[in-house]
Design a protein around this ligand. Structure first.
Ligand code: NOJ
Length: 515
């Protein structure tokens, strides 16, 4: 299954721009993250994922890398990042960097060389057609910007040309095969980047658009999977403690075929994860399961999740997230009580969970103008709200010089207030993470099964190892009578749950763990 530490990991995702500014320039940085490591540890989180922190023109918030081996000056220096690894390790925490293997910035020196008319070492590092005026294959290409006659393929935004890992079945002479020298050179260049950071103490990578490497790949993504299997071989041999987590959201491919240790369960319209928290794009209103009395059903989640879980459970982990930097914060539509129940569920499921910074206090989705290619994602990227000092303690810079504005609402949540309130979302999250870490049955490997999914009058009940868990997101009291409850006592609850003589009584909006 890969590195042992993953099985007990609870991740905290940090968007470095917005976490903590240490030098008063209005933008978060690595020394700021180091200053807040004790806070992250106090949540119970023992692993970090940091969004790209490398040199970049920031047309896509750093997912447009200009130099994979240089920390962006606005975040600090390479020495700062190495110090972050050491400080995290000293606290028993692991750190994943964000690897962007599918594309670079169009300002990357490889691309600049590649765009030259004279052939050179980098001419085939990206995907180019052989002339600028026609012959493009229906995908996004850019032509007319370079001295080289050709059009280059994009992997995402216009500033992000696709690196060349070849085509599964090349059918034009300018398309490389996946085992061509140029495609192999791209793979080697990316492995070199990985080794560079692993050698300095990083514990692995979250991999951006991990499924995007080989072009015209088949439905199984067999070309792309083969590349990652090679990477995994390198890790197993040379860095057996390093973890690989994919942005793929298809564990059958990412875990079972490509060899990732974990794969994110992302918010895709109508998938199981989406039906839990963010079902508001559905016709007829928001039926999110954790919205009280919204008419949601756990069945929709289970239909999507169970086959994925069964398929991948022996090979790796499905990663539930509270949110991420691309997704609207759940507090956009859920109340703090609804969030407590949703997080209780996320933090007691198999696999490796990720908490997005600020979700532990219910930070809101803000209506913000786009920043660095964020567009509608920008509203989930605002500065962390720590305390009642200037800019919520995020930065001492003047408010108009902040990377993004802070939440102006009079009742905006902050860490300081919630630490002082035992009933706050933050206090609940701390208890839930501690609960998970205290019980092997609630961690990554313990098996999951459904005990009751008929919610007409009973709560949803599921098993993890030897523990039974129940959730009732509705406002009605629900009961579950079962002999399996006879030898169980209440280990944890949200709401006034009762279990007596084999009958579990769950008031509206409650959660229970029985062991
Ligand atoms: C996924 C990342 O999470 C997102 O923020 C980015 O814009 C794209 N990949 C392109 O790299």
């Amino acid at each position: 299954m890969g590195p042992k530490w993953l099985s007990t990991a609870v991740f905290y995702e940090i968007y470095p721009q917005s976490f903590q500014d240490s030098n008063d320039d209005g933008i978060g940085d690595i020394p700021g993250i180091i200053d807040r490591l004790d806070y992250v540890a106090s949540l119970g989180c023992n692993a970090l994922w940091i969004n790209p922190c490398f040199d970049s023109p920031f047309m896509d918030a750093g997912y447009d890398v200009r130099d994979y081996k240089l920390v962006a000056p606005r975040y600090g220096t390479n020495d700062d990042l190495v110090r972050l690894f050491a400080e995290a390790h000293a606290r028993g925490m692991h750190v994943l960097l964000d690897l962007v293997p599918g594309h670079t910035s169009d300002q990357h020196p490889w691309f600049k060389e590649s765009a030259r008319a004279d052939p050179n070492e980098y001419s085939a590092r990206y995907i180019w057609t052989d002339e600028a005026l026609w012959g493009m294959e229906g995908r996004p290409y850019i032509a007319g910007m370079t001295e080289r006659s050709g059009a280059y393929m994009l992997n995402f935004f216009a500033s992000q040309p696709a690196l060349n890992y070849g085509w599964l079945d090349p059918y034009k002479h300018w398309m490389s095969a996946t085992d061509s020298p140029e495609a192999l050179a791209t793979r080697e260049a990316m492995r070199d980047v990985m080794r560079f950071w692993l050698d300095q103490g990083c514990d692995g990578f979250r991999v951006d658009m991990a499924d995007s490497l080989v072009k015209n790949d088949d439905e199984h993504k067999s070309g792309t999977c083969a590349i990652w299997r090679d990477v995994r071989e390198m890790l197993d041999a040379d860095y057996p403690e390093a973890a690989l987590v994919s942005e793929w959201s298809n564990p059958g491919q990412a875990i079972c075929s490509a060899g990732f240790h974990a794969d994110f369960y992302l918010d895709h319209q109508h998938n199981g994860y989406n039906t839990l928290l963010r079902d508001y794009e559905t016709e007829g209103g928001d039926h999110s399961y954790f919205r009280c009395d919204a008419g949601g059903s756990i069945q929709r989640f289970l239909r999507d999740y169970l086959p994925k879980y069964e398929q991948s459970r022996d090979r790796g982990y499905i990663s539930f997230i509270t949110c991420n930097h691309d997704t609207p914060r759940a507090a956009r539509t859920l109340t703090p009580t609804e969030l407590k129940l949703a997080y209780a569920f996320i933090l007691t499921m198999p696999g490796v969970p990720f908490i997005y910074y600020g979700d532990e206090i219910g930070m809101r989705y803000l209506d913000l103008r786009t920043k660095e290619g964020g567009y509608q994602r920008t509203g989930s990227r605002s500065p962390m709200q720590w305390c009642h000092e200037k800019n919520y303690g995020f930065s001492k810079a003047p408010a108009d010089q902040l990377y993004l504005p802070v939440d102006e609402a009079a009742d905006a949540p902050c860490v300081e207030d919630q630490l002082a309130d035992d009933n706050s979302l933050l206090s609940e999250v701390r208890r839930l993470v501690a609960l998970r870490r205290a019980h092997v049955d609630l961690q990554a490997d313990a098996p999951f099964s459904v005990v009751n999914d008929d919610e007409t009058s009973a709560p949803f009940v599921y098993r993890r190892g030897n523990m039974l868990l129940a959730v009732n997101p509705s406002s009605a009291t629900k009961r579950f009578r079962d002999e399996r409850l006879l030898d169980k006592g209440l280990v944890y609850c949200i709401g006034e749950v009762d279990v007596t003589e084999g009958c579990l009584t769950m008031p509206g909006q409650s959660f229970a763990v029985l062991g």
